[in-house]
Design a protein around this ligand. Structure first.
Ligand SMILES: NC(=O)c1ccc[n+]([C@@H]2O[C@H](COP(=O)([O-])OP(=O)(O)OC[C@H]3O[C@@H](n4cnc5c(N)ncnc54)[C@H](OP(=O)(O)O)[C@@H]3O)[C@@H](O)[C@H]2O)c1
Length: 336
């Protein structure tokens, strides 16, 4: 019996964007609990280049989830082409989107077909095309799990206690640092959906984009230091994170919280003295939350902004674009 093949991007050795190879490989077969998705678009996310650069396990995972060569990618939007016998809530022909097998590096979405756990997939919102749907899963779920509801009890690699979101309503002021990026632009819109006043911090080129998404105030971090301009903030969501993140602590009111998406370097004594909470989390695949986000996308309450699209064969150019930074929304690979 001949093996059916497909085109896919594979990493054979770690390195820069040039290691992304456009290969011909067998079409995967869906295992128990899985469906075969004909990929229409694949979202591009930071873990894709972490894997390309040589990281083979996420923080908190003892074992590597990958061996080379590997197909990168976690985010997908496409159409179900085949289905395992034990999957009964999805059908051939359904349009679906999802964050696959995360945290893990075996999503394998940079391909014409992917075998996807049915439990990671939600129905694609009918009014949203595949490119926009493929931009939503990882970045949208990260914003959701930080701001709205974590939605699982798995231990965090970043902290002992469970991450808890805070109340966001009309009395809340939220500052989003890195507001124009994948996670940031969803966070801004989810905070607005909940009624908050949102301060968006980004470089100057993103000002009108962020104002259109609903930002109440814009701060260009290349011209001024946000932590010197604002105070009495209820919640800082910092998508840039890292060692510099702690400078935002002084913007918080007592009882406020800071959520570094990339865990930073915080001093417990200092946060206790200020009366603020610092909490982080690691995003996980979650079909139920994605379905809720999908309803907001369909209603036009939340929009997926597309920074740029590239054909699957040009994944290298997509990663080169990402490396230049200043991303506005999402980079997406078009496949079917
Ligand atoms: N904890 C988790 O589970 C989780 C999940 C998803 C992502 N992450 C991490 O979160 C980070 C963001 O991910 P993403 O997908 O949103 O990345 P992204 O799409 O590349 O967005 C990053 C944004 O930050 C802005 N930025 C860069 N330097 C800045 C600075 N000094 N101050 C303010 N803004 C700055 C960039 O544009 P401008 O500089 O032009 O404003 C860009 O829009 C990554 O490090 C990723 O690994 C963590």
């Amino acid at each position: 019996m001949s093996t059916r093949t497909m085109r896919a991007i594979r990493i054979h050795e770690h390195g820069g964007p040039e290691v992304l190879r456009y290969d011909e490989v067998p079409i995967p077969r869906p295992g128990p609990g899985e469906v075969l998705v004909r990929v229409h678009a694949a979202g591009v996310n930071p873990p894709d280049w972490y894997l390309r650069n040589g990281l083979t396990r996420m923080p908190g995972k003892a074992e590597s989830t990958v061996t080379l060569p590997v197909i990168p990618g976690t985010d997908v939007s496409g159409v179900i082409e085949a289905i395992a016998a034990d999957v009964d809530d999805l059908a051939v022909g359904d349009e679906v989107f999802g964050l696959l097998r995360f945290p893990g590096f075996d999503g394998s979405t940079y391909a014409e077909y992917v075998a996807a756990p049915a439990s990671d997939l939600a129905r694609k919102p009918a009014g949203v095309d595949h490119v926009h749907a493929a931009g939503a899963p990882m970045a949208g779920l990260t914003a959701w799990q930080f701001l709205i509801e974590l939605g699982h009890d798995h231990p965090s690699p970043f902290q002992e206690s469970r991450h808890r979101s805070t109340v966001i309503d009309a009395d809340t002021t939220v500052l989003v640092n890195g507001a124009a990026g994948g996670v940031g632009h969803f966070a801004l819109q989810l905070a607005k959906w909940r009624g908050a006043r949102v301060i968006a911090v980004a470089s100057g080129a993103h000002e009108s984009f962020l104002n259109k998404l609903g930002a109440d105030r814009f701060i260009d971090y290349t011209k001024s230091r946000p932590e010197e301009l604002v105070h009495d903030i209820d919640l800082v969501l910092d998508t840039v994170g890292g060692p510099d993140s702690k400078r935002f602590l002084r913007t918080l009111k007592r009882g406020g919280a800071q959520f570094p998406v990339l865990p930073g370097d915080f001093d417990r004594e200092q946060t206790a003295k200020l009366g603020v909470t610092v909490s982080s989390a690691q995003v996980r695949s979650n079909a139920a939350q994605l379905a809720e986000l999908g309803r907001l996308l369909d209603a036009g309450t939340v929009h997926v902004a597309i920074d740029s699209t590239f054909a699957l064969a040009d994944a290298r150019a997509a990663h080169e674009r990402a490396a230049r930074g200043h991303i506005q929304g999402k980079i997406v690979l078009t496949v079917a």
